[in-house]
Design a protein around this ligand. Structure first.
Ligand code: ARG
Length: 457
C-alpha cells in the first residue's frame, strides 16, 4: 500500500524500512477505536462546517461500512500498511474517492494515535476490573465457607498465631479491592480527549473539541497540545497498576504452590487446573500458579519498557512512542490471561481443613494466648512471656504440646496457672476471641465479606 505521506519523496520505501517502521502488526487491534474516533471527528467537521455536512455524512457511512466489513471478515487488514490509521484512511479513500481524503482535515496521526490508545485502554480497564470483581466474588464465597476453618498464621514462614482460612483469603481480597480502586483512578486520568492537539501545535481550524469528547464519552479535553500528543503517563500508570495486580497474584500463587506440596497439603487443585509430569506418574503440579508467578516478570518488564522509552524524548511526538503499544498491550493481555486461569483455579480447589487444623496444633501457635492468660491473672506481659517461653522449651524437651503438658509442669513454672489454662489455649477459643476490628474471628471475616460484596456491586 502506498504511503499517505508520499508527496515529497522520490523513491519507494525500502522493504526493510517498512518492516521496521510499520506498527500494524500490533496496532490493528485498535481498528474499532480508530474508526469510532474518526467518526466523531468527521461528525464534528460536518457540524462546524469545516467540511460539507453531506461529505461528513458520507465519511461516517463509509467508516461504519468499513467497521462492519472488518468485523464480518469481509475486509482483511493489510499487514503491509504502515499502521491501522493509514490503513483505515486509505481504505476509506479507495471507497469514497475525493470525499475520503477530507477526513484527515485538522487532524494528525499524532493526536489520532493518542486518542486511539486512550479509547482502547479505557475498554481494557473495564474488562480487567470485571475479571478482578469475579475473583473478589470467588474469594468471598470461599472465605465464607471457611470463616471458621482454623489454620496456622505465619511470620517468617514460621507458625505464629492461629487464624482462619477465611481471614487469610480475605487478605488477598483486600489487595484486589485496592487494585480495582487503583484502576479506577488510572481510568480517570486516561479518560481525557487529546484530539485537536494536531501534530503538536493545535490547529487553525475552528474545531469543536468538546463535541468530539462528548461523542466519545470523555470527561474532558487536554489543554496543552504538546502534552496532548506526547503524554503516555496513562500507559505508565496502567502498567504500574497492573504490576501491582501481578505482585498480588504472584504472592497468592506462591502460597498455593506451597500449600499444594506434600509438606503442607493444605489444598488440592482440581485436575482441570493442574498438570502432570512426562516421567513421574505420581506428579500433580500447580503449573497455573507457577506461570502466574512467572508472568508477573513480563508485566514488570513492560512497565520498565515504558518508563525507559519515555524518559529521554524531547517534546513532542517521537517515533519511540510507537513502542508504547506492544508493552502496554502485553501487560493487559498477560493480566487478563492470568486472571482467566487463576480465578477458576481458586474457585475449584479443595481445602484440606484437617491438615490445616493438624498443622495449627503443632508449632505452639497458642503460646501468645498462654502468656495473655497469665496477664489476665495479673502478671505483667514481659514476665508472662518469659514463663511461657520456658514452658515451650519444656514441651520441646519432652516432645509435648501446650495442650498435653500436665498442669503440675505449668505450676512449677508459675503458680498462677490452674486448669482453666487449657480452655485459654484452645485454638477455637483463641481464634474466636480475636474480635478486635480486623482480626480473624468468624464474625470479622463475615464483616469483611459483606463489605467486599457491597463494594463490587
Ligand atoms: N504508528 C504510529 C504510532 O504508533 C502512529 C503515529 C505516527 N506519527 C508520526 N508522526 N509518524 O505512534
Amino acid at each position: 500500500m502506498a504511503q499517505l505521506w508520499k508527496g515529497r519523496f522520490k523513491k519507494e520505501l525500502a522493504k526493510e524500512t517498512n518492516d521496521f517502521n510499520s506498527s500494524i502488526g500490533f496496532d490493528s487491534r485498535m481498528f474499532e477505536q480508530d474508526i469510532k474516533g474518526s467518526i466523531a471527528h468527521a461528525t464534528m467537521l460536518g457540524a462546524t462546517g469545516i467540511i460539507d455536512k453531506s461529505e461528513s455524512d458520507k465519511i461516517v457511512d463509509g467508516l461504519n461500512d468499513i467497521l462492519n466489513d472488518i468485523k464480518r471478515g469481509k475486509l482483511k487488514i493489510d499487514m503491509q500498511a504502515e499502521d491501522i490509521h493509514t490503513f483505515i484512511e486509505g481504505e476509506l479513500t479507495a471507497r469514497l474517492g475525493q470525499t475520503g481524503k477530507r477526513l484527515h482535515t485538522a487532524r494528525s496521526r499524532n493526536d489520532q494515535v493518542a486518542l486511539d490508545i486512550r479509547l482502547t485502554l479505557r475498554d481494557e480497564i473495564e474488562e480487567i476490573v470485571g475479571k478482578l470483581k469475579e475473583l473478589v466474588l470467588v474469594l468471598c464465597n470461599k472465605a465464607e465457607e471457611h470463616k471458621a476453618t482454623i489454620m496456622p498464621g505465619y511470620t517468617h514462614l514460621q507458625r505464629a498465631q492461629p487464624i482462619t482460612f477465611g481471614h487469610h483469603l480475605m487478605a488477598y481480597c483486600a489487595m484486589i479491592l485496592r487494585d480495582i480502586d487503583r484502576l479506577g483512578d488510572v481510568k480517570k486520568r486516561m479518560n481525557i480527549c487529546p484530539l485537536g492537539s494536531g501534530a503538536l501545535a493545535g490547529t487553525t481550524y475552528p474545531l469543536d473539541r468538546n463535541m468530539v469528547a462528548d461523542l466519545l464519552g470523555f470527561d474532558d479535553i487536554t489543554y496543552n497540545s504538546l502534552d496532548g500528543v506526547s503524554d503516555r503517563d496513562f500507559c505508565i500508570e496502567l502498567a504500574s497498576a497492573l504490576s501491582i495486580v501481578m505482585v498480588h497474584l504472584s504472592r497468592f500463587s506462591e502460597e498455593i504452590i506451597m500449600w499444594c506440596s506434600w509438606e503442607f497439603k493444605f489444598v488440592e487443585l482440581d485436575d482441570a487446573f493442574s498438570t502432570g509430569s512426562s516421567i513421574m506418574p505420581q506428579k500433580k503440579n500447580p503449573d497455573i500458579a507457577e506461570l502466574v508467578r512467572g508472568k508477573s516478570g513480563r508485566v514488570f518488564g513492560d512497565l520498565t519498557t515504558l518508563l525507559t522509552m519515555m524518559k529521554g524524548i524531547a517534546l513532542a511526538y517521537n517515533k519511540d512512542m510507537q513502542e508504547d503499544k506492544e508493552a502496554i498491550f502485553d501487560a493487559v493481555d498477560t493480566v487478563k490471561m492470568c486472571l482467566n486461569a487463576f480465578t477458576p483455579m481458586i474457585d475449584t480447589m479443595t481445602v484440606l481443613k484437617e491438615n490445616m487444623r493438624n498443622a495449627a496444633a503443632k508449632g505452639f501457635i497458642n503460646a501468645t494466648d498462654c502468656a495473655d492468660y497469665l496477664v489476665g491473672k495479673g502478671l505483667p506481659f514481659r514476665d508472662a512471656y518469659k514463663c511461657t517461653g520456658e514452658l515451650v522449651a519444656l514441651c520441646i524437651d519432652k516432645g509435648l504440646t501446650l495442650e498435653s503438658l500436665p498442669l503440675e509442669e505449668y505450676q512449677k513454672v508459675c503458680s498462677l496457672f490452674d486448669s482453666e489454662v487449657y480452655t485459654a489455649i484452645n485454638l477455637e477459643k483463641c481464634v474466636n476471641d480475636r474480635k478486635v476490628v480486623g482480626s480473624p474471628c468468624p464474625e470479622n471475616v463475615m464483616m469483611q465479606i459483606k463489605t467486599a460484596r457491597d463494594k463490587i456491586q
